[in-house]
Design a protein around this ligand. Structure first.
Ligand code: ZN
Length: 302
């Protein structure tokens, strides 16, 4: 591409993601950006949008603090889409202007800004919850997955939440902690509510949730899973080499894609980007992105 990349490999936090969103909207005037709610600590959760077509797709990332790399991957995709729309050049073989003609794309690169701040900067960034976060391991590098008050956003959605809480208890998870506690009730957290409200306001044809790691695609949740979900997951797997997976154990309920499938009866996917140990090192960013690139592009067009 002709211009310098905005999304260079770098550790991203709430501030850098906000700057990148702003820069993308300046360079690519057809992008819009808006706050869609606030985190527990009042940090704005922002979306980037493109298009006004009837077919709406949501891609959301960084539900988990130590998975901040997924926010940068989401933003790199936005940048490549923006460049393809600006120049008319193909992206992963696709005529993007034509392929996105009937689409409205909403990206939420940072669902859990407080969690990412904690994962990157430690408990001092947790405001009034700094003591709780420190005691729960928030200063151990790579440990923090939850939001600022120790609730795992992807355990907090209203889909099998009581079964999930039972499983959490059996694993000794009974209160605020670094990962895998679903909170005191479903949808208790503002970050969860932001996505629920967004999906109630916009009728998404399908949603993509970006996590790391494992190079896997999850597509199934209960009897409301639409029949086309399996095929869509297979297409995404075939262009990436990722595995079509079935969740087990503590990943079985309470997630965003679980709730979306159950509440809206439309396809929802969790994609586990990259392979290794979280947080995936920034040196792997380009490799992870390149391997997932076609999957990510197709996930908006499919
Ligand atoms: Zn995750």
């Amino acid at each position: 591409m002709g211009m310098d990349r905005l999304t260079q490999p770098q550790t991203v936090d709430h501030g850098t993601v906000g700057q990148l969103l702003g820069s993308l909207c300046v360079r690519y005037r057809f992008f819009g950006s808006a706050p869609i709610g606030n985190s527990v600590l009042g940090r704005p959760i922002r979306c980037l949008t493109f298009g006004s077509g009837p077919q709406c797709v949501l891609m959301a990332a960084a539900f988990h603090g130590q998975e901040w790399l997924t926010a940068l991957i989401c933003l790199r995709l936005c940048e490549e889409i923006g460049e393809a729309l600006l120049t008319g050049e193909r992206l992963a073989g696709w005529d993007i202007r034509r392929a996105l003609r009937d689409r409205r794309i909403v990206w939420v690169p940072l669902v859990n800004p407080d969690g990412v701040e904690i994962a990157v900067h430690g408990s001092a960034s947790a405001g009034e919850y700094a003591d709780l976060v420190r005691d729960a391991g928030g200063d151990v590098y790579g440990c923090w997955q939850a939001n600022a008050r120790g609730v795992d956003i992807n355990h907090n959605f209203n889909a099998g939440w009581h079964e999930l809480q039972q499983a959490e208890r059996e694993n000794g998870i009974i209160g605020p902690c670094a990962r895998q506690w679903g909170g005191t009730r479903p949808m208790s957290e503002p970050e969860t509510q932001v996505l629920v409200n967004l999906c109630d306001r916009i009728s998404f044809r399908h949603v993509m949730a970006l996590h790391s790691q494992g190079e896997e695609i999850y597509w199934h949740y209960g009897e409301h899973t639409p029949p086309e979900s399996r095929l869509m997951a297979s297409v995404m797997a075939s262009v990436s080499g990722y595995t079509v997976a079935t969740p087990s154990g503590l990943a079985s309920h309470g997630g965003f894609k679980d709730w979306f499938i159950e509440a809206h009866g439309k396809p929802g996917f969790t994609v586990e980007l990259g392979k290794g140990t979280n947080p995936l090192p920034i040196t792997e960013f380009e490799d992870v992105y390149q391997k997932a690139r076609e999957l990510l592009v197709i996930s908006l067009l499919i």
